[in-house]
Design a protein around this ligand. Sequence first.
Ligand code: GLY
Length: 318
Amino acid sequence: MNLAVQPKLIIHGGAGSSLKSKGGVEVVRLALYTIVEEVYSLLLSGASAKEAAVRGCQMLEDDPCFNSGTGSVLQSDGQIRMSASLMDGTSQIFSGVINVSRVKNPIDMAQFLQTSPDRVLSDFGAAELARELQIPSYNCLTELRLQEWIQERQGNFNKVMAEVVAEQGLLETNARRGTIGVVALDTNGRLAAGTSTGGKGFERIGRVSDSAMPAGNYATQDAAVSCTGIGEDIIDECLAPRIVVRVTDGMSLKDAMERTFAEASKHNRDLGAIALDAHGAIAWGKTSDVILAAYHDGEKIGDTLEIPVGTAIGCFKS
Ligand code: GLY
């Protein structure tokens, strides 16, 4: 196929502690690859980067394995409140919803808000919008997440956050940071990023996630980034714009990732990010044990599931 620009795609299903076993790796790999295949086909058929980001986020939200949409973690009061955002790199427009409940796909609301004069809505306003759009009420709760919350309640909330992958036994320890994200480059060279989360789990009511802030999801015509990890760490690093602005100012994506993750590591942050630039470079970075990312470079699918524990980045162009 003779494409103006070869599309690129990278997605993530969170960052956190090591995947427990080969079985755990394979479950997550299959889930991520299925989504990469469908969304990359969309890009090849001419879908915009923004459409691809939305579709990828919907699929990740619908997979109860990941902490967003169905399978979201519960907050300290036992309620699910989700946050999502979408940024179109070409128009440089950011939109999002914060702490929205009872909707299947928070990313759909972020997509609607792309063309609204009020582009980031929080809890009550987001609920009003869902009602106006006649979005059917949907219960994102899964039995595993409920059991996790009940167990934690018995321990009087001694965990700092919930599991990133909602399949018991897939991950090793109890400190996990769940988010999903998609970054796409389309055949017209346009970039977009989408990010969605159920939050940290067990957090105070009203806590605001990075996932619906530019800190966690940012794109220009030069580069696009979706973040995962502890929201407070991502906000403190202003992670996504830090990488994107470095690229806009002339740094290569590889250098921007290396510098940004060296700084984050020095500050003892617990986070990860996926990124693309307008020239088709694909990148991921982490200070956490693992980042659950998969990508399509135009020729093949790859992933980051078995990268050794510790700060690392990858950046390549096919
Ligand atoms: N990065 C997801 C959160 O902390 O809410």
